[in-house]
Design a protein around this ligand. Structure first.
Ligand code: SF4
Length: 342
């Protein structure tokens, strides 16, 4: 089992020490014997240990910056939520296709924001503006928030905040199984806890540093027992030898584990693998040995909303995926809600 994340190096912004969470975290890391450095702003972090890009990238992925969220303007997060709620940025995982490699560029370290109450106050403002409509917040747009929350408990705080709010709903997705501290959170059914799952082969070769499928499924079972509304994102759906069998086994295992009551309010999202040319370049730099298929000639170009071509599977392959996974879904979880394939 992948161990819960512990940073190898910590940076702290002085202002973070004015917040109780900041003080608590730094004292915890001191006791753990972790090296702590000061920085006026994460933007000034230079000279991470390591002799080349490859090494520095790996050090950065195990470096945690304890700081403040300065911009309190939330990004939109359509279609699954109205807003992205910023609790952290970055991730310790090493998924070869991770979108954070392009969005975070030269700053792949992890940042946690200790001014959680200010972030929640801003969320409250957004909710009031839309009242009496419900406002949904997505907490995993810029990080795998569950993966670091055993250290910070800021997600837990947010879950309980929305648990008391009539106007807000929270959702997030994770590839980590370290959920125990979230099981007793007073969520009131207002947080949808989603797991990103995949065939064993895909997790084994392309998602190092994250929890294995069996561990994610076991975590999902516990989350279901704790009464959270549950969801699964099968992503990225990746064609590999034996993929039909691989995804079938994934559904079978899931069905065998989940308690009956959880299968009634269950959502599924299906996302096929895609890449862009800049992403391909970054992947080849960060994971030069990857087995990931990134041949434009084998894919269909699709004009993306960010003004850049992305390479998706051919129409035929997409149909095959939709049909195959759709059949499994209907067979194993006839009551689940299928949200989209993209
Ligand atoms: Fe990226 Fe998610 Fe993998 Fe973390 S777990 S590296 S956020 S894809």
């Amino acid at each position: 089992m992948v161990k819960p994340f512990v940073p190898e190096l910590v940076y702290v912004e002085p202002k973070a020490l004015e917040y109780s969470l900041g003080k608590e975290l730094i004292s915890k890391f001191e006791k753990m014997g972790i090296e702590i450095r000061e920085t006026t702003s994460h933007n000034h972090i230079r000279n991470l240990p390591g002799e080349n890009h490859f090494q520095q990238y790996r050090v950065a992925k195990s470096t945690l910056v304890v700081g403040l969220r300065k911009t309190l303007k939330f990004d939109t997060s359509k279609p699954s939520a109205e807003y992205a709620i910023p609790l952290a940025t970055g991730c310790m995982g090493h998924c070869h296709y991770c979108y954070l490699q392009t969005t975070m560029g030269s700053k792949p370290y992890i940042r946690t924001y200790v001014n959680v109450e200010e972030v929640l106050e801003k969320a409250e403002q957004y909710m009031q503006e839309r009242a009496p409509e419900i406002t949904r917040f997505e907490a995993s747009c810029t990080s795998d928030i569950v993966g670091i929350d055993h250290l910070t408990h800021s997600l837990k705080r947010a879950i309980e905040y929305f648990g008391e709010s009539d106007l807000g709903r929270l959702r997030f997705v994770t590839k980590f199984a370290h959920v125990d501290h979230l099981l007793d959170a007073k969520h009131n059914g207002r947080t949808r806890f989603r797991f990103s799952i995949n065939a064993d082969y895909v997790i084994k070769y392309f998602e190092p540093g994250t929890s294995k499928l069996d561990d994610r499924l076991e975590a999902a079972r516990k989350v279901a027992e704790a009464g959270y509304p549950l969801g699964f994102i099968v992503a990225p759906i990746y064609l590999h030898e034996g993929w039909k069998e691989g995804y079938k086994v994934m559904f079978e295992k899931l069905e065998a584990l989940l308690p009956r009551h959880a299968t009634k309010d269950l959502t599924f999202e299906f996302i096929q693998h895609r890449f862009t040319k800049p992403a391909k370049k970054t992947i080849e730099k960060n994971y030069p040995m990857t087995k990931l298929e990134l041949d434009e000639a084998k894919r269909k170009p699709k004009w993306g909303k960010y003004g850049i071509w992305k390479y998706v599977y051919t129409n035929e392959e997409q149909e095959d995926m939709k049909q195959t996974l759709g059949d499994y879904l209907n067979y194993y979880f006839p009551e689940a809600k299928f949200e989209y394939f993209t």
